[in-house]
Structures are given as C-alpha cells and as structure tokens.
Ligand binder design. Structure first.
Ligand SMILES: [Zn+2]
Length: 487
C-alpha cells in the first residue's frame, strides 16, 4: 500500500483563502503525501468524500484548555468541531509556570481548582501534555497574571524591579522550552494594576525568540482604542507580533464603534504585524466581574461556588428572588461565572469579517453551564455566518481558522493542505455543517463534521471520538511564517 489513508474526490479548501478544487489526498506516516488524481492507487483506508469539503484541521487560537487537555484528553468539545490544534494560555492565565500559595486568583480559577496547577516550570507542563497524549495538538502561551501570582504577594499593584526580573527569568526559561509567547489579561483586577512599563519590560524577552504578544485588552469598553494603542506600543517595543484577543465593542455605550477599532488595527498593520481573534457570538463569558454588572443588558450566571443551584439563571431573576440589588446579588454569588449579552451583532459581524481577524472559541471547559462557543464556534462560522448569512465565502471562513491562524502563531507545516504538511484534516458536509449548542443547551456536538484526522490518525467519525489520541505538543518553531504583515 502506498498510503495509509486515501481521501477520494473531496472539494479541497486548502486554508490559503482560495476557492476549492476537487482532488484526492493520500496520507502517509502522519503527513499529506500526495494531492491530485490518485485514482489508480490503493490505500489501507479509503474514504469516498464526494460532496464533502476537506479542509485543514481548525486551529483554535483562543482557548483556556490548559489543564483539560491533560485531565480530559479526549477533547470532544473541540474535536467534534473539527479543531485539531488548541492554543492555551490566553488572557494572562496559563497553567504553567505556576506555583500557587493558595487558591488560584481570579481569573486563573477558570483553568481549574488549586489541584489542577501542578506545573512549576513550563517544561513540567509540556511533559504532562506529552504524557497525556490529548486528541488535539497543544501549543501554549505564558500568562502574565500567572507570572505575577508566582512572584507577588499582592496583585493590586505594579511589580517591583526585583519581581519583574524574576518574571522575566521565568518567561525566558518558558520560551526556551517551547512556549509561543506572552499573553496578558490587563482588564482583570489581578493584572489591571500592572502599569504599561511592567509589561514593556517583560515583553523584551520576546524579541530574541520572535515570540508573539497576545492581549485581553486593558479595556473593551469606552477606552478600548487607548487599550489597543497600549498593545501596539508593547508589540513595537518588543518587535513582537501583536494579537488582540477577542476584539469587541463591549457595553451598550460602546456599540457601533467597530469601524474605529478596525481602522486602528489597519493603521497599526501598516508598520507592524498585528491581528486579532474573535468568537462568533454577541455574548461574552468569564468570571462574574462586579465592574460589568449592569441592567443595560442580560447577564446569566453559569456557576457560583457558594450557590451552585443558580447555574443557568439570569442575575436579574436571582436578584428579584433574593430581594437584593444586582450588585449585592453578584457579590453574594462570587466566586462565580457569567455570560454577558453585552455586544451588538453588527459589530460582531464586522470584526469577524475583517481580513485581520481569526476565529478562536474562548470556550470555558470547566464551566458546568458553558457559553455555547465551547462546542459551537467553528461550525457556527462555517454554517451560520458563511453559508446562511453570506458574510464571506467558505474558503475565507476556513482561512480564518487554519492558514491565517497557523501563520500568525508560527505553527509551521500546519494550517494548509499541502504536500509534506502534517495531516491535520477535517472532512465536513458544507450543506449540513452547523452549530447545535445554544445558550439553553450549550453542550451539544455540531452537525456535519464527518471525520477528523490529527497527525494522520482518524480520531473522530460518525459523531463520535473513536478513542485514538494523536495530538502533540507544538513548540514554537522559530521565525514566524509569511503573510503576517499584509492585510
Ligand atoms: Zn480574555
């Protein structure tokens, strides 16, 4: 047999943002061995893919799957969407390098309880991922808040020179061990008090590695443009590509400003590599943040440590039942998680459609009542936004979750269907693909995802993970790929 697997007569949408073409694909030893007319060749496994699209496996560039890839390595919420690589460590929070003195500070608690944090060095985390053999590939950022929590007794202030030096040492060691870059979550109270200079100094470690800077901006509300400027300043200082996490116009007073945000992004892109990720929903989700409590839009509680019984209920209902204000109710629920219906659909669409934006789920795998993006983000872009709404062609939707993403994060030999690239592949039905998870029933697998291969191994088919787990840890592989700086 010349190939391990032959996928016959699929419409190949190769991730490069060009229209599809019909061809056969031969897989051998984990890689794409041949693309073309392979009608006369046989293989151990053959798949008739007529009527289906074959795309590169999706790269979920924005996840909080840090510890779940080890504790629940089957990764069904992601695999069932066609995701074959997750990037962890976003928003300033990472599982490594972390040495906790108590419970994880907010929002590190999104990654699990204290028991989940057992990786004092990044190399320990990498070894744990390799040992767990998750079903998807894993690449990792180092969280600024995680570094702060390692070296500071009080997160409500900026770091001292000694603390910054200690954080820099840990960041450098982690980059040497294969981390992709640094992430910050400056909006969160645990990092908000870090001044720009603290991040600027830390970011200097990125330069020698060509590593990336990703950021959950200091504000996604009215001061969002100033927050973007801060991110660009840091990136230019470090000569590090900038990726703005889940770009959005948050809060009713901010709706309609997406053209300004995108103009700012385009302006910065003229002289520096910048981009953003976003998830395809007009609601956000995180820990319950008192600063975001408002009666201007709906807020749903997803979990609460003191009141687990209220998961899935609206904050307003709970407040009415308890006879308390929204703020007092929120205080009583903490620590807790929430979904905020705080975006405008037109802004979401404009940002999603922009050439500089990638798709990332921002799914929260620990949440007992998660935002549906955890199970639905990628099929929602393919089905709802591309096919049904017509926001962009299917090959552009695929590009935003494959080729663009791999180039931005420097994942070499992934993200496109090309000979000798790794065989991370998803076969889907372009007429049937759709997200099924919604805010009422958020834990439901998408429809229309027919088969998923990870490093050449068939890992998901007929609506089920088949128990094969062939994901790898993806270390930063040096200089970033092309296509970064151009619009
Ligand atoms: Zn975030």
């Amino acid at each position: 047999m010349k190939y391990d697997t032959l996928i016959r007569q699929a419409l190949i949408i190769d991730g490069s943002n060009t229209p599809g073409y019909l061809a056969d694909v031969g897989i051998l030893a984990g890689r794409i061995e041949a693309i073309g007319d392979l009608a006369t060749v046989a293989a151990a496994h053959e798949v008739d893919a007529r009527g289906l699209v074959l795309a590169p496996g999706f790269v979920d560039v924005h996840t909080h799957d840090d510890t779940v890839v080890i504790r629940h390595p089957q990764m069904l919420p992601k695999l069932s969407q066609g995701v074959t690589t997750v990037i962890v460590g976003n928003c300033g929070i990472s599982a490594a390098p972390v040495s906790l003195r108590g419970d994880p500070p907010d929002p590190m608690n999104l990654l699990g309880t204290r028991a989940a944090f057992t990786y004092p060095r990044f190399a320990d985390y990498r070894a744990a991922v390799e040992g767990a053999r998750p079903a998807v590939n894993v690449a990792a950022l180092i969280g600024h808040t995680a570094l702060r929590s390692n070296h500071m007794d009080d997160l409500q202030r900026t770091a001292t020179p000694d603390e910054i030096a200690a954080m820099r040492g840990q960041l450098q060691e982690s980059l040497e061990a294969g981390a992709l870059g640094l992430s910050t979550g400056l909006a969160y109270a645990s990092a908000f008090h870090a001044n720009t200079d603290e991040v600027l100094q830390l970011s200097e470690e990125l330069t020698a590695f060509g590593a990336v800077y990703t950021t959950h901006l200091r504000s996604e509300f009215e001061p969002v443009l100033e927050a973007m400027d801060e991110a660009f300043l840091i990136g230019r200082h470090a000569k590090a590509p900038v990726i703005i996490s889940h770009l959005k116009c948050a809060g009713a007073g901010n709706w309609g400003r997406s053209p300004q945000l995108l103009a700012s992004l385009e302006q910065a892109a003229k002289t520096h590599p910048v981009g953003c990720d976003c998830y395809p929903y007009a609601a956000s989700s995180s820990t319950l943040d008192l600063k975001q409590v408002t009666d201007a839009f709906r807020i749903t509680i997803t979990w609460s440590t003191p009141h687990p019984e209220v998961g899935g209920r609206d904050l307003q209902d709970i407040a009415a039942q308890w006879g308390l204000s929204l703020m007092d109710t929120a205080r009583r629920l903490q620590p807790a998680g929430a979904v905020y219906y705080g975006m405008d659909e037109a802004d979401v669409r404009r940002i999603l459609a922009h050439p500089l934006s990638m798709v990332g789920s921002d799914g929260l795998p620990e949440d007992p009542f998660p935002h549906p993006r955890l199970w639905g983000a990628f099929p929602r872009v393919l089905g709802h936004f591309s096919r049904d709404v017509g926001l962009f062609p299917l090959h552009t939707a695929v590009h935003k979750m494959t080729g663009l993403s791999a180039a931005r994060f420097g994942l070499t030999e992934r993200g496109e269907i090309r000979e000798r690239y790794w065989a991370d592949l998803v076969l889907f039905d372009p007429l049937r693909v759709r997200d099924v998870a919604d805010f009422k029933e958020p834990q439901r697998a998408a429809q229309g995802i027919e088969r998923v291969w990870v490093n050449g191994v068939l890992s998901y088919s007929e609506g089920q993970a088949n128990g094969q787990r062939s994901g790898r840890f993806l270390a930063r592989s040096g200089a970033l790929g092309g296509g970064f700086s151009s619009l």
